[in-house]
Design a protein around this ligand. Sequence first.
Ligand SMILES: Nc1ncnc2c1ncn2[C@@H]1O[C@H](COP(=O)(O)OP(=O)(O)O)[C@@H](O)[C@H]1O
Ligand SMILES: [Mg+2]
Length: 323
Amino acid sequence: MTDPAIAANGLRKSYGDKVVLDGIDLVVPQGTIFSLLGPNGAGKTTVVNILSTLVSPDPASGAIRVGGHDLGADPQAVRAGIGVTGQFSAVDGLITGEENMLLMADLHHLPKTEGRRVAAELLERFDLTAAAGKPASTYSGGMKRRLDIAMTLVGNPRIIFLDEPTTGLDPRSRHTMWQIIRELVTSGVTVFLTTQYLEEADQLADRIAVLNNGRIAAQGSAEELKRLIPGGHVRLRFTDPDAYRSAAAALREAARDDEALALQLPSDGSQRALRTIVDRLDTAGIEADELTVHTPDLDDVFFALTGDTTVPSQADPTKETVR
Ligand SMILES: Nc1ncnc2c1ncn2[C@@H]1O[C@H](COP(=O)(O)OP(=O)(O)O)[C@@H](O)[C@H]1O
Ligand SMILES: [Mg+2]
């Protein structure tokens, strides 16, 4: 049995009488992507800061091991094996991308020639060679994030913490970042990723933990989490209030949204189920203006677990307009 990359038991942290982490258990196997998912203020950065030795956990916490080392007993050894890309950039805008990289090489005590080689390699790998001589302040948001991760990799860490690596990026840069994260893992690195984006966790993570009110509300693969939520539904929308009322009378089991003139029926979204609904409308002589099939996704899981409907979420490809 190989040690997990990260194992925390009963992780606790309070600031004054504000409880931020109220006993959190985490296990991250080596060479996997783990995503800590939660809204703003949930405590994601606090978890990253504790696991990366920047902040101490409350004494009441249980054992925490990172990279095979006990966090409390041997923080130096933990630090030597990890890399952290914070929520807020570590890039110095006044100096060039290359100078930022060489600074990191110095911090890691790499000999000069070795430092130059590693810097050049990483700049190349992250498509920053052409911009290497320009001040980092002139970089786009995506380039700055790439430089930030390149800097994190200088010390060749086996465990990487990425705190909201795609927040604020445009969709294209976000996809580039996803590709980078996937490539990191194929080289055997373990990635601990925080995000507010359900789709991101769904795309990348082997395991997801949903952080809410200082506790892990649920943990598992995206598929396991989706299974926590009962089936999907079909939504019918009408523009004519009379048609809407007739449909509501014909489909009595439907949940009504009188304001939107919409009906919602539990459904697995199968062809047979859809035909049944359409047949019933036909029989009543009603035509819906829009029929959408909604399969349960991580949004549903998240809302069900946290009761939060204000979380930013990206366009949802599972909601397809049929008509
Ligand atoms: N140094 C600190 N002192 C007091 N409160 C803090 C400190 N750091 C974080 N908090 C509080 O802890 C909670 C979680 O913060 P954080 O870990 O940054 O959440 P997230 O990264 O999920 O947005 C917030 O309510 C925040 O105000
Ligand atoms: Mg944060």
